[in-house]
Ligand binder design. Sequence first.
Ligand code: ZN
Length: 250
Amino acid sequence: MAKKLLNILKLIIFLITFFYFYQLFSARNLNIAANLDLIIGESSNLPATWVGILDVDKNIPILILAGHADSQGLAGAGTPGEAVHKFGLKPMDPEISDELFWNLKLQESIVQLGKKKGLNIRSYDPEIRNIDDANDPRTNWSVGSKFAKRGGYAIEIHFDAYGKYGVGAGLIPPFSETPNKIDESIARTFGRFPVSFRGGLGAPRRQIRILEIGKLEGLLEKNLRNLKTRRKTIKLLANEIIQAFLNGTI
Ligand SMILES: [Zn+2]
């Protein structure tokens, strides 16, 4: 009888300890989601000397594009992320890369919040997930390029590859246009890439900015995948981006 009681007591102590550590662990994850620098991880440390100095009117039309929304073929689908590629977890959606999954979620959240804050902001989604010709009028880049030519601010959001495959967070400014104060504001929050990164990528050459949010790994990816912290993490990122827009316009 005494032994049975002792076993029950042991079980109770075990359960209390287990729940204590479990809660400590989830609370820690939640708290970390409130700190941007911790969540996005390292920023690009490539040498970048550009400074955005051009003033921007607060009513400038803004277009948010989700990186890789039209390129889910073999090349250029975006990063599968650390969870899938390194740890073998299931992709968020078997039809698309994890990067696109999060790009789309964040795109929606940015536009929703931006509208609430009075920005002249919209999104574009080609919906066809694989368009081979980058110059097809329905691609991100064609729509973004047209938008930029008309004086709008077009930006494509991305999550970078994990570990040594990625660079980190930061903004790639347009290739042949002088960076403006929105570029500067976003770069101060996320970091900056050189203008000629990888010889000037397809998007910047079309005057579409690229924002790398951070590497899809570690805390950022964990907080996105965890259902308890997902909404808060996406909201935190969207809020930082919208705040950068508001700070960069007059
Ligand atoms: Zn990408």
